[in-house]
Design a protein around this ligand. Structure first.
Ligand code: URA
Ligand code: URA
Length: 278
C-alpha cells in the first residue's frame, strides 16, 4: 500500500472518530543549504574570516582586533618629565625617580604578581645610543638588569666587536616585568609599559636607538612589518634615527643571521663616524 493511501485511511478513521481539527505543528525553519566551496588545504584558517557570521566557524569576537585600553600618564611620570632634565646629573636623578615609579607599578597585575622585581634599564643617563630589547627573562628578573643572561652575553660580545662599551650605552626593554615562561609581551602590556619607555627616551635623549628583535621594533615604531623587512636601514622615532636588527636570542638559535646583524652594526657605526672592518 502506498504511504498516501495509508495517510488517507488514517485521516478517515480520525474523521469517523469525530476529529475534525488537527492543530498546526510548528516546524523549524528550513536550514539553507550552503554552496559548497572547494577547501583550500594550505590555508584553511586564513579563510575563516570569509565566513564571518557563521556560528560554526570562528566566533565574531575572535575576528575583532584586540582592543587596547588607553593608559593615561601617571602624575609622577609627568612631574619628572616636566622638569626637562638636561645635564647628566639631572638625567640620572630623573631616571632614578622614574625607576621608583616603575618599581611600584601594578598595571599588568599578572606580571606584577609573578615578578621578582622590575627591570628598569641600565647604563649612561646621557648615552649617545639606546638599545631596546623585548622583556626581562629569568636571569634579568633575578638580577634586576636587562640583558644579563645568555642573550645578554652575546649582546656584550656584539658591543665589544663594535668597539663600544656597555656602560656608555643605555639599555632597556619594551616591558619592565618578566612575562611568565618568557612568552611574548601582550599588546596591552606593551601599552601599559609604554609611558616608561617613552619617558626613558625623553630623559636620555639618545642620538640613535637600536631595536633588538621583532617585539622591540614593532612596538617602538608601531609597525606591522617583520624584522627581516625593518632591519638594514634607519627608521624614525620622534626625530631619532632607529636601527632595527635581529634579537640576540634569535642569533643563538640561528647563528647564520649573525652576518646580517654585523651588516646592521656597520650601518650604525658608519653613521657614528666609527666604521667597522668588513
Ligand atoms: N631579552 C630581552 O629582550 N631583554 C632582556 O633584558 C633579556 C633578554
Ligand atoms: N623573531 C624575533 O622575534 N626576533 C628576531 O630577531 C628574529 C625573529
Amino acid at each position: 500500500m502506498s504511504s498516501r493511501r495509508i495517510w488517507k485511511q488514517y485521516l478517515e478513521t480520525l474523521q469517523s472518530a469525530g476529529v475534525t481539527f488537527l492543530p498546526k505543528v510548528h516546524l523549524p525553519e528550513p536550514v539553507p543549504v550552503r554552496e559548497k566551496r572547494p577547501r583550500s588545504r594550505s590555508a584553511p584558517a586564513a579563510r575563516r574570516s570569509d565566513h564571518a557570521g557563521s556560528s560554526r566557524l570562528l566566533p565574531p569576537e575572535k575576528l575583532q582586533p584586540e582592543k587596547i585600553q588607553p593608559v593615561p600618564m601617571l602624575d609622577a611620570t609627568a612631574d619628572i618629565l616636566n622638569e626637562s632634565p638636561e645635564t647628566t646629573e639631572q638625567k640620572s636623578e630623573a631616571l632614578c625617580r622614574l625607576a621608583e615609579v616603575v618599581a611600584g607599578c601594578r598595571r599588568c597585575s599578572a606580571l606584577a604578581d609573578t615578578r621578582n622585581q622590575t627591570v628598569f634599564g641600565v647604563g649612561h643617563a646621557d648615552a649617545q645610543i639606546m638599545f631596546i630589547g623585548e622583556a626581562p627573562g629569568a636571569d634579568e628578573d633575578r638580577l634586576g638588569e636587562p640583558f644579563v643572561g645568555r642573550a645578554g652575553q652575546l649582546l656584550n660580545r656584539i658591543i665589544e666587536a663594535c668597539g663600544l662599551k656597555r656602560e656608555e650605552l643605555y639599555i632597556c626593554n619594551i616591558l619592565r616585568c618578566r612575562p611568565p615562561g618568557n612568552r611574548n609581551p601582550l599588546p596591552q602590556e606593551a601599552a601599559n609599559c609604554r609611558e616608561f619607555l617613552d619617558a626613558q627616551i625623553r630623559i636620555v635623549q639618545p642620538e640613535y636607538i637600536v631595536c633588538w628583535g621583532t617585539v622591540a621594533a614593532r612596538n617602538l615604531l608601531n609597525e606591522k612589518r617583520p624584522i627581516g623587512r625593518l632591519r638594514g636601514s634607519f627608521h624614525d622615532y620622534e626625530g631619532i634615527p632607529v636601527l632595527c636588527t635581529y634579537h640576540p636570542s634569535y642569533l643563538l638559535r640561528n647563528p647564520s643571521a649573525k652576518k646580517d646583524v654585523w651588516q646592521d652594526m656597520k650601518i650604525l657605526m658608519k653613521k657614528l663616524g666609527l666604521p667597522l672592518p668588513e
